[in-house]
Design a protein around this ligand. Structure first.
Ligand SMILES: Nc1ncnc2c1ncn2[C@@H]1O[C@H](COP(=O)(O)OP(=O)(O)OP(=O)(O)O)[C@@H](O)[C@H]1O
Length: 276
């Protein structure tokens, strides 16, 4: 489903005719993604939602240069995903947060800044700012295994934001958090996205999370993973996504529309879970 400009340099992410097939020994190939066309504009917040196994993580991994398409193309700010990765154009926060266990929380957050050779005074200042943002100011000197899963996830999110990327790729970043922390992190993410102007692609299983945060919600179907619907959420600028929005009628309306789109998919593919 093509939705915005065809000028790929003016687009944060542009995906065309994307297909990813996984060969599986002794069994038919798995067509994880097929015929995916998607444009994400600079500053736009897009969520990917769909039944388990519909290819959301595969799509994210391809955009993040962690995997290669079978066919089709991906441009990230008009570049190949590899070039964009080398140019630090995007930050990544996936559920498996992959913190380095031998580095403290502060040193984990500092890593991308050190790799980018940012000066040490600025690194220190930025670490303080990021720890504050994710509510871990008291934990900078702790090691990852001294933190709960949710706290580790917040460190990973802080690290993904360290370089103020123009694009954030987030795969179920709040999946391990308790509900209260999850809502707080969503509100923080809306604020960060609004202030930084970064485009965000978020994989989520949560309909309210998708409604609260997104400009558009991309609904996918499984096997082969395709885009079957795109819901325009229409709840305004990220800066307006404050706690009050959770009680607003527009929010409930958006939740309803996303749920209906998703149930359409699940109704059409009742055996999705067994097909994995
Ligand atoms: N390396 C691989 N080898 C074989 N099959 C794979 C591989 N990676 C993913 N798949 C298959 O591709 C399909 C899509 O997987 P993917 O993890 O992208 O789905 P998902 O929508 O992110 O699922 P979930 O919501 O459960 O995280 C699944 O059927 C999965 O089993």
């Amino acid at each position: 489903m093509t939705t915005t400009s065809s000028d790929s340099a003016a687009t944060a992410v542009s995906v065309r005719g994307l297909r990813r097939v996984f060969p599986v020994r002794g069994r038919p190939d798995v067509v994880a993604l097929d015929g995916i066309d998607l444009d994400v504009a600079p500053g736009e917040f897009v969520s990917l939602i769909g039944p388990s196994g519909c290819g959301k993580s595969t799509l994210m991994r391809l955009v993040a240069d962690l995997d290669d398409p079978t066919t089709g193309t991906i441009a990230v700010f008009g570049k190949t995903p590899r070039r964009a990765r080398l140019d630090h154009d995007f930050g990544v926060a996936f559920q498996q947060s992959a913190l380095l266990p031998w580095r403290t929380v502060s040193r984990n957050i500092a890593l991308p800044l050190e790799l980018a050779k940012v000066d040490s005074g600025e690194v220190k200042r930025r670490i303080g700012e990021l720890l504050d943002m994710v509510g871990l100011s008291q934990f900078g000197d702790h090691y990852p295994d001294q933190l709960s899963g949710g706290m580790q996830q917040r460190v990973a999110i802080a690290r993904s934001l360290a370089e103020r990327p123009k694009l954030l790729l987030m795969d179920e970043p709040f999946g391990a958090l308790d509900e209260m922390t999850r809502e707080r992190m969503q509100t923080e993410l809306a604020r960060i996205a609004g202030e930084s102007g970064a485009a965000v692609i978020l994989v989520t299983h949560s309909i309210p999370e998708a409604a609260f945060l997104s400009d558009r919600v991309v609904v996918m179907s499984p096997r082969p993973g395709r885009i079957v619907d795109v819901v325009d959420v229409g709840l305004g600028d990220q800066k307006e996504r404050t706690e009050d929005l959770r009680e607003a009628s527009g929010f409930f309306e958006a939740v309803k529309r996303i749920r209906e789109a998703l149930h359409g998919v699940e109704g059409a593919a009742p055996k999705a879970a067994e097909q994995r």
